[in-house]
Design a protein. Structure first.
Length: 234
């Protein structure tokens, strides 16, 4: 008999729920503080202060490149930017994708794999953004990390299609659609038809590629397949 009182989070890996709670909790504090409901008068500036303190920008990448030093205040930004968002809307979309993709990737690869993909994809997105995006346009929000989980899901679908002899290129339909929409908005923003035009898609695509690549090692049996390929190539 179906359990009607079962929690909707029962089938979602705890690490995914924890990441969502952290992300949404931070956003809730910013939103309530901005409305003057918590924190007093100074809370109005919490979001801006967090973006300045934890956000990422190309200047931080080039500082490390040119100085050869790794100060914690700079290095932390390669990951912390993924937990600070510009609005409640952005946060909700990130959490929805995180819950959906994290559930599927976690069920197939395990909780540790979800956390590894999330972290490495956030870092990979920041590295690509710092290297390829000119100027000092800020990067914030969890989409590069979430796109990494989309990369993990795509890898699983790619393997599944290969097992049944289907066309594996079909696995990339979701990312092709998402990046197509992103590029369209970027172009329309650049020509002034729509507001924005930020180059965040660079970090998102890098996050996807990082997640897809990491999945070769994290998917069950992945190491065995890699070692087998290396032996065959000798």
């Amino acid at each position: 008999m179906q359990e009607h009182n079962a929690s909707p989070f029962n089938t979602v890996p705890p690490v995914v729920v924890a990441l969502c709670l952290v992300i949404f909790g931070i956003e809730l504090a910013f939103t309530l503080g901005g409305q003057g409901l918590v924190g007093g008068p100074g809370a109005v500036g919490w979001r801006l202060g967090a973006l300045q303190e934890y956000g990422f920008g190309p200047q931080y990448f080039w500082y490390i490149w040119e100085s050869g030093t790794f100060p914690f205040d700079v290095v932390k930004r390669f990951l912390t930017y993924a937990f600070v968002h510009g609005s409640m809307t952005q946060t909700v979309f990130v959490c929805v994708f995180l819950l959906a993709m994290g559930k599927m990737v976690g069920e197939a690869m395990g909780e540790i794999a979800v956390l590894v993909i999330f972290v490495t994809s956030a870092i990979g997105g920041a590295l690509a953004y710092g290297l390829l995006v000119p100027g000092n346009v800020g990067l914030f929000g969890g989409f590069p990390a979430v796109y990494g989980l989309i990369g993990g899901f795509t890898h699983l679908l790619w393997l599944s299609l290969g097992r049944v002899g289907a066309q594996q290129a079909r696995a990339f339909s979701l990312i092709a659609f998402l990046m197509g929409v992103q590029l369209l908005f970027a172009v329309l923003g650049q020509v002034g038809i729509l507001p924005g035009g930020n180059p965040d898609w660079v970090a998102d695509l890098a996050g996807f590629l990082t997640g897809f690549g990491m999945s070769f090692f994290l998917v069950p049996g992945g190491w065995a397949r890699i070692l087998q390929k290396l032996r065959q190539s000798r």
